[in-house]
Design a protein around this ligand. Structure first.
Ligand SMILES: [Zn+2]
Length: 160
């Protein structure tokens, strides 16, 4: 499985496959999964593994994640609307659960997130702490990870 990082949807192939979405949260976001107590995801970087099998394939799905004008339909929509999508690694023909397995060294912030239909993974959302390398580099042919924008200072905080 090989993939590439895209910071916009334009160059993403309109093929079926899987992706790892990079979302940054500038502040904590409360997420409530059905039947569970609400959990606050702390500010920071998150990786969400998903798949696109419908019309428009990866380009349409990742493009939807990057758009801000949408109704909340999936768990991940809460995060993409509250935070910022920095881009996505896309894997045409790839499998989302294999991507989760490859990132298994990362912490799971909220079990069940994005994996309601999945019986293999604890969660399709992983936290990506600062300073931690990604196994994704292995799948992208050793290409260096993309520059990840720093989590911006929340409004109201004076610049340092
Ligand atoms: Zn899974």
């Amino acid at each position: 499985m090989t993939g590439r990082f895209h910071s916009t949807a334009d160059g993403i192939p309109a093929e079926p496959g899987a992706y790892v979405l990079l979302v940054t949260l500038a502040e904590g976001v409360e997420v409530r999964l059905p039947g569970r107590a609400p959990v606050v995801l702390a500010a920071g970087r998150y990786l969400y593994c998903g798949s696109a099998r419908g019309p428009g394939g990866l380009r349409a799905r990742v493009g939807r994640h990057m758009r801000r004008d949408k109704a909340v339909r999936w768990h991940i929509d809460r995060l993409t609307l509250a935070g910022r999508v920095a881009g996505a690694w896309v894997f045409p023909g790839g499998d989302e659960c294999a991507l989760v397995a490859g990132l298994s060294s990362l912490p799971v912030p909220l079990p069940g997130f994005g994996s309601s239909d999945c019986h293999r993974c604890a969660s399709h959302l992983l936290a990506w702490p600062e300073g931690v390398g990604l196994d994704l580099e292995r799948w992208t042919g050793g290409a260096p990870p993309p520059p990840v924008p720093a989590v911006r200072t929340p409004p109201g905080c004076p610049p340092r």
